[in-house]
Ligand binder design. Structure first.
Ligand SMILES: Cc1cc2nc3c(=O)[nH]c(=O)nc-3n(C[C@H](O)[C@H](O)[C@H](O)COP(=O)(O)O)c2cc1C
Length: 357
């Protein structure tokens, strides 16, 4: 599969998730079988480009390409500037977050105003495509099925976007009004796929190899994108890849491998965020890794009181060494069969959710 000139390793993508899919996590997912990862959203407001948060989000050190940066905003000229700014700093693909609900980023409640206001949406798309054209940087678009049940306009926006030169469209199978409630539906995605020449990516509630196959077959999509189900299990990509290839389930990872991956992830995480923020922001990742493991919930609660990276690393290593005495491999996760993303934690990051589309 290609995005513009870039050949991807496979069609299993990591979804952009603010506060989650930073460079360390994206790299881990790519190492474990994801063919493509889009960065967390970067604001189109120039006054925020030099903040630590934005510069961390724009950190791609050592990341295998193509480097894709998602931008968000409600003003066409600002979005074009943001695209140019990121291209100048190494972005090889620009993804437009359509429906930016980022009140605190855009300084006004955009909601999914972009999907509600198709002409504004189109002017932003055209401005960004034009800004990227001189550098031959492909522009992609991520959106929902529509604003609400009675206004599902993904198809018309996708067609306009394709005409304007967008080279790939991702559709999350929910309306903006739904938030994360209810189930993702894939009929709208299938309709978009059937109508477009450019690649279409299906997203929403893909939590297991079976669900991945079902969505790929049911929508005819060129690729699938996985968000919450990758939290704490970045190996889901190799599990899905193996299942799609062979029809067989890959064994869950060895506890010793989980320990190695998590410890490496933590080191990388601390080096990006520094000690103070790193220890605190690592807690959610650790919680996701352990929450369905035996004793994981108790461990998560205890670990949350640790204040420095050395004790966090030691606690993680002890917990997983103890688990390794009880079992070789982590238990296969129970969730996923129904296609529902389960439980705590996965939607707990309120500030990130404010940004989520
Ligand atoms: C914590 C969190 C942060 C998110 N941040 C973004 C974002 O920055 N940009 C974006 O386009 N979508 C964002 N999303 C939406 C996801 O990319 C994805 O569309 C959604 O979670 C549905 O996929 P899933 O069911 O596989 O999680 C976010 C989702 C979550 C849970």
């Amino acid at each position: 599969m290609f995005i513009g000139p870039y050949a991807l390793d496979n069609n299993l993508f990591v979804a952009p998730m603010a506060g989650v899919t930073d460079r360390p996590f994206r790299q881990l997912c790519k190492r474990l079988g994801a063919g493509y990862a889009v960065s967390e959203m970067v604001t189109s407001r120039p006054d925020l480009w030099n903040t630590l948060k934005t510069s961390r989000r724009a950190n791609h050190d050592g990341e295998p390409g193509p480097i894709a940066v998602q931008i968000a905003g409600t003003d066409a000229a600002m979005m074009a500037d943001a695209a140019r700014y990121n291209v100048d700093r190494g972005a090889q693909i620009i993804d437009i977050n359509m429906g930016c609900p980022a009140k605190k980023v855009c300084n006004k409640w955009a909601g999914s105003a972009l999907m509600q206001d198709e002409s504004l949406a189109l002017s932003i798309i055209e401005a960004v495509v034009q800004a990227c054209a001189p550098s031959n940087v492909p522009v992609t678009l991520k959106m929902r099925t529509g604003w609400c049940q009675s206004h599902k306009n993904a198809l018309s926006i996708a067609l306009d976007a394709q005409d304007a030169g967008v080279q790939m469209v991702t559709v999350h199978g929910r309306t903006r009004e739904q938030g994360y409630k209810g189930d993702a539906e894939y009929d709208t995605i299938a309709t978009v796929k059937a109508a477009l020449r450019i690649p279409v990516v299906a997203n929403g509630d893909i939590t297991s190899p079976e669900k991945a196959r079902e969505v790929l077959q049911g929508t005819g999509a060129d690729a699938i994108m996985i968000g919450r189900a990758a939290q704490g299990q970045p190996w889901i990509f190799r599990e899905i890849a193996h299942f799609l290839e062979t029809g067989e389930h890959l064994a869950p990872p060895l506890v010793s491998e989980v320990k190695r991956l998590l410890v490496e992830h933590l080191h990388d995480h601390y080096s990006l965020y520094g000690e103070f923020i790193g220890v605190r922001s690592a807690r959610k990742h650790i919680g996701w890794y352990v929450h369905s493991l035996p004793g994981g919930e108790t461990f998560r609660q205890q670990m949350n009181s640790l204040q420095d990276s050395a004790s966090q690393l030691t606690a993680v290593a002890h917990y997983l060494d103890d688990l390794n005495m009880q079992m070789d491999r982590i238990p296969a996760r129970q969730r996923g069969e129904t296609g529902k993303v389960d439980d705590i934690g996965r939607l707990a990051d309120a500030s990130a959710m404010e940004l989520a589309v």
